[in-house]
Write a protein that binds this ligand. Sequence first.
Ligand SMILES: Cc1cc2nc3c(=O)[nH]c(=O)nc-3n(C[C@H](O)[C@H](O)[C@H](O)COP(=O)(O)O)c2cc1C
Length: 167
Amino acid sequence: MTIVYNSKTGHTRQYAEMLAKAEKLKVYSVQEAQTELPEKEPVIYMGWLMAGHISGIDQAVRRWDVRCAVAVGMSPADKSVLATIAKANYVPNAPVFYLQGGWAPKKVGWFQRRAVGMVTRGVRKTLQAKAKRTEQEQAYLNMLIRGGSFVEYQNLKPIQDWLAANG
Ligand SMILES: Cc1cc2nc3c(=O)[nH]c(=O)nc-3n(C[C@H](O)[C@H](O)[C@H](O)COP(=O)(O)O)c2cc1C
């Protein structure tokens, strides 16, 4: 199994490299994989989330044997996020995992920064209006406003468990 990742601002790359190191797997960016990795190879595909879509997933499914797909987005991981992503991204016979990455506004263009700002405005306003915020809510709000990362090695555990059973 080989890891192929598609990362715009680095969070997905960090997760991919951590997973590769821990599991002793080869890891390629999608650009590298296009020249280095033969078609139909079994892969774990990891891509950043853009408007609910795992970037590059459709091309990856056509080119390689995607055994497992991983979405990396900015929102906290919960069951509803995962259900939405699994529904919106067609990966035949493969599980889809979700990891919280982060938000790096300085690394995206003004148009995308603005689009994300508009989409997250409601959440920001709701959190800001709260008299008392939990530690997690405060950290999330800070990330939405200034940017930040929630990449953590521990988050990879469900994927590592899946690999142990299916890798
Ligand atoms: C245009 C755009 C759309 C995005 N849409 C979503 C989304 O639907 N859900 C989400 O959780 N994060 C969304 N994000 C946030 C990114 O998925 C998040 O920053 C992720 O960590 C980026 O991964 P990367 O650093 O590997 O590029 C979006 C970001 C951009 C720029």
